[in-house]
Structures are given as structure tokens and as C-alpha cells.
Design a binder for this molecule. Structure first.
Ligand SMILES: Nc1nc2c(ncn2[C@@H]2O[C@H](COP(=O)(O)OP(=O)(O)OP(=O)(O)O)[C@@H](O)[C@H]2O)c(=O)[nH]1
Ligand SMILES: [Mg+2]
Length: 439
């Protein structure tokens, strides 16, 4: 139970009685053992308590914490007693909001706290922990300070004219370009971050009846998708997470692609095409015992750009197409084609190995640079890039310095939105309302 703000010690002293060692006032950051008591002085629990005076606490204010047993009724009795003694309930995210307002965390770090709480994979936890220790903040602040010094030089030129060395147009553009490249790199690392946190997106695609759902089930280790000999069994995209060779994957089974007049099947196939567009990795599954067909042609052209992993399935029924021929059709190297029989588990380790290798390439092998960038931050960074592009166009057109400066000031403001130097109360409300109580 955490109390923050002036007066927290008097509330804590009213509810918690240290057994010994605390005469007069509590020593800072000293853990006391004692009893939590009700208004009549009756013990409610045995607990530990600690006092952390400002500014060396999570919120930067005086903070007292009582470490009692958990449960439902007991903590609520203790909270009630604290409220009787003058405390009030914190609103969602209020401790972290106070920490932000008191300069203990910047906004990107505060959002990493939210990210940590919501993290659904161990990759996401590690990534958000990096964000909490300032991975995103430091990079954005470095770019912002570079931009600030460009602004300062241009402003000096306007204010003092010939007394200062002027910044040549090409120097200005070079600097803006370098800052833009820094933002672009951050956004690329954010993509890696997303792959680590939400899983590398792997889409299984192929004609009906090729064995996509069979593979999906095998990779998940359970019979979740319907598998039947009827072509067109899967009509929707099925999504699930799994770990393959230590890589966290977001795995999609899709509706098979073929010519069809069936309205529902067409809708399903539309989803398949959309899934391919958003995929990090495409795995094409064909029935290798069948001759090459027009359907296969469409799949080849749809996935060509992604350089798919190609599985020629049903090898127990014979091979109508060789790996070399199939590779040529897809424009990929022959070692990206595997001849498999998915009814037999012996091929699964080989498929896993190929999948994990590709997933590691996408996720940069848990690269040091990976950062978590949420949608709000992504938008601010993209807008900053747009302003820099505008600025460079202006320089090329020979626009006057003061007009150019407004683009740079806007870029600065957008970078400031990420770390919170430049953020409205509405945005703060919106961010912190997503936190749960007590954070
Ligand atoms: N002989 C043989 N049959 C297989 C193999 N792999 C899958 N099958 C069978 O092929 C049929 C179709 O498999 P599914 O996994 O449902 O195929 P799908 O690609 O999901 O098909 P749709 O959902 O219709 O697009 C099922 O009867 C499977 O048991 C294999 O390696 N050999
Ligand atoms: Mg299926």
C-alpha cells in the first residue's frame, strides 16, 4: 500500500505501529516490522513499513509504504483506515503521473511503465524495461538537442546577422537530413521492437487442402483449426501466438486461395491477401503431389516480394513438382523449398529451424537497438519527419530563414511530445487513464 505526498507519514504512523526501533520519527528508507491497527488500536495484520522522504522516492514526494498480507478484505480495511486518517484514493496512474510531473520520469518512461504492466510476452517485458530505463527517451532527447542547436544557430543568424558565422544551405540540409535519418532508424528499431513484443507475424498461405491448418495445429501443439479433406475448410484468418526455437511468433492460418464464386469464401480470401501484406514471414504450403496450377501462380506472385519459405507437402503421395522447379516458379533459392509430409512429425523440427532463422532476422536477434514505440509516439516521430522534410524543401527553394525556422520549431515540438517536454493536459489525461489503480 503506497501513500504519497505531504502528510503521508502521519497517516502511516496512525495505521502502522512499529514493534521497536522507531522513537519519534521513522528513519528514511528503513524497513520496520510491526502491526497494522484499526481505529481502536486492534491489530489487523503484521506488516512491514518504510518511509522514503522527498525527493528520493518513486513520485519524488514523501512516500510511505505498508507491506501487508494480500487478499481482498484486509487491504481494503487498511485503505479505509488510511482514508479515515486523511488520505484519499489515488486515481488510475496517479503515482506515475506525479513522478512525471516531479521530473522523476519523462513521458516515454512513464508510458513504458504502462507497457510493462500490459506486456504479454517476455520479449515485451524486456523491451519495456529498456524503455523504463530511458532507451527511447535518450535517443529522442539526443535528436532534439541536435535540432535545438541548429535552431539556435539559425536564430543567432537572424538576430545578429553578420556578427555570427552563417550556416550554409547545404550544412543546414545535411544536419536536418542526419536528424531525419536518426528518426528513421528509431522507427526501424521500433519495428523490431514490435516483432519482439507482439511476435514475428508468420502467415501460412496456399491453395485449399494443401495442409495449412495441419501445420498451424502442429506448430501450436494442439488441434485448434478444423482439418478436413474438403477444400475450403478454413474460411477466416485464425491467429495464435507460439514460440518456435526461442522466437515468439504470431501465427496466422488463412483461407486457401482459388477461383470461387462463393461470397463467404471470397471474403475469406480477401483477408488472406491482407494478411500477406502485413506479414513479416510468408510460408507457402502447396500440395507437392499435384502438378503446378494457375492457383499456385497467383500465390507465387502474391508472395514473391516477401521471399517466402515454400513447403511442398504430401510427399507421401509422391512428388509432381521438384524443389528446383518450385523455386524457379517463386523466384527463390532452392534451399528455401522443403519437401515435407505434414502428417508425419519428423519434418516439424526442420520447419521450426527454418522459421526460427527467419524470425531472428526479422527481430534482429533481440538487437540491442530494439525499442518499443507506441502509436502516439510513432505519430509524433512521423510528424517530426514531415516537418524536417518541409524544412529541407524550403531550404532548397531559398525560403527566408524565419519561415524555415517555423518548420524546425514544429519538429522540435513533435519530438518534445514523445518525452513530454511539450504535451497538453488532455494527452496526459488520456495516457494516465489507461493505467490501473495504484500504479
Ligand atoms: N496424405 C497426406 N495428407 C495430408 C498431409 N498434410 C495434410 N494432409 C491432409 O490434407 C487435408 C487438408 O488439410 P488441411 O490442413 O485442412 O488443409 P488446408 O490447407 O488448411 O485447407 P483449407 O482450409 O481448405 O484451405 C486433410 O485431410 C489433411 O489430413 C500430408 O502430408 N499427406
Ligand atoms: Mg485450413
Amino acid at each position: 500500500m503506497r501513500l504519497s505526498g505531504a502528510g503521508c507519514l502521519s497517516v502511516a504512523s496512525g495505521v502502522f505501529k512499529p514493534r521497536s526501533g522507531c522513537i519519534g520519527s521513522w528513519l528514511p528508507r528503513h524497513m520496520y516490522f510491526g502491526q497494522v491497527c484499526d481505529a481502536q488500536g486492534q491489530a489487523l495484520d503484521e506488516a512491514l513499513a518504510v518511509f522514503m522522504p522527498s525527493p528520493h522516492s518513486y513520485t519524488g514526494e514523501d512516500v510511505a509504504e505498508i507491506h501487508c498480507h494480500g487478499g481482498i478484505l484486509l487491504p481494503s480495511l487498511i485503505v479505509d483506515r488510511c482514508v479515515e486518517l486523511g488520505a484519499r484514493l489515488a486515481s488510475p496512474g496517479e503515482f506515475t503521473l506525479r513522478a512525471f510531473l516531479n521530473g522523476k520520469l519523462d513521458l516515454a518512461q512513464a508510458e513504458a511503465v504502462l507497457g510493462l504492466i500490459k506486456a504479454a510476452s517476455s520479449g515485451a517485458v524486456r523491451l519495456q524495461a529498456r524503455g523504463l530505463s530511458g532507451a527511447l527517451s535518450q535517443r529522442v532527447k539526443a535528436l532534439r538537442s541536435r535540432l535545438l542547436s541548429l535552431v539556435a544557430r539559425l536564430e543567432a543568424e537572424i538576430d545578429f546577422g553578420e556578427e555570427v558565422d552563417s550556416v550554409s544551405a547545404s550544412d543546414q540540409c545535411c544536419e536536418a537530413e542526419a536528424i531525419d535519418a536518426g528518426i528513421a532508424k528509431l522507427l526501424r528499431d521500433a519495428h523490431v521492437g514490435k516483432a519482439l513484443a507482439q511476435g514475428v507475424t508468420v502467415v501460412l498461405i496456399g491453395p485449399p487442402n494443401a495442409g495449412k491448418s495441419t501445420l498451424w495445429n502442429k506448430l501450436l501443439g494442439e488441434d485448434r483449426a478444423l482439418v478436413t479433406p474438403v477444400p475450403g475448410t478454413t474460411r477466416d484468418c485464425l491467429e495464435a501466438d507460439c514460440t518456435v526455437g526461442g522466437c515468439f511468433l504470431h501465427l496466422l492460418d488463412t483461407a486457401g486461395l482459388r477461383q470461387s464464386d462463393d461470397y463467404v469464401e471470397q471474403l475469406g480470401m480477401q483477408r488472406t491477401r491482407e494478411a500477406v501484406r502485413d506479414a513479416d514471414i510468408c510460408v507457402v504450403i502447396l500440395d507437392g503431389s499435384r502438378e503446378w496450377s494457375a492457383e499456385d501462380e497467383e500465390i507465387a506472385s502474391l508472395t514473391a516480394a516477401s521471399g517466402p519459405l515454400l513447403l511442398l507437402n504430401k510427399r507421401d503421395l509422391g512428388s509432381a513438382v521438384s524443389c528446383g522447379e518450385a523455386a524457379a516458379h517463386f523466384g527463390i533459392s532452392e534451399n528455401c523449398v522443403l519437401s515435407v509430409g505434414l502428417l508425419d512429425d519428423q519434418y516439424i523440427p526442420l520447419i521450426n529451424k527454418h522459421l526460427a532463422e527467419r524470425a531472428r532476422l526479422v527481430a534482429g536477434d533481440y538487437g540491442e537497438g530494439a525499442v518499443s514505440v507506441n502509436q502516439r509516439q510513432m505519430q509524433a516521430l512521423t510528424r517530426a519527419q514531415e516537418c524536417l522534410a518541409q524544412y529541407r524543401l524550403g531550404v532548397a527553394d531559398g525560403m527566408p530563414c524565419d519561415c524555415l525556422l517555423s518548420d524546425l520549431h514544429r519538429a522540435l515540438a513533435f519530438l518534445g511530445e514523445v518525452t513530454g517536454e511539450n504535451v497538453s493536459e488532455d494527452i496526459l489525461d488520456q495516457i494516465f487513464s489507461q493505467f490501473c489503480l495504484g500504479k
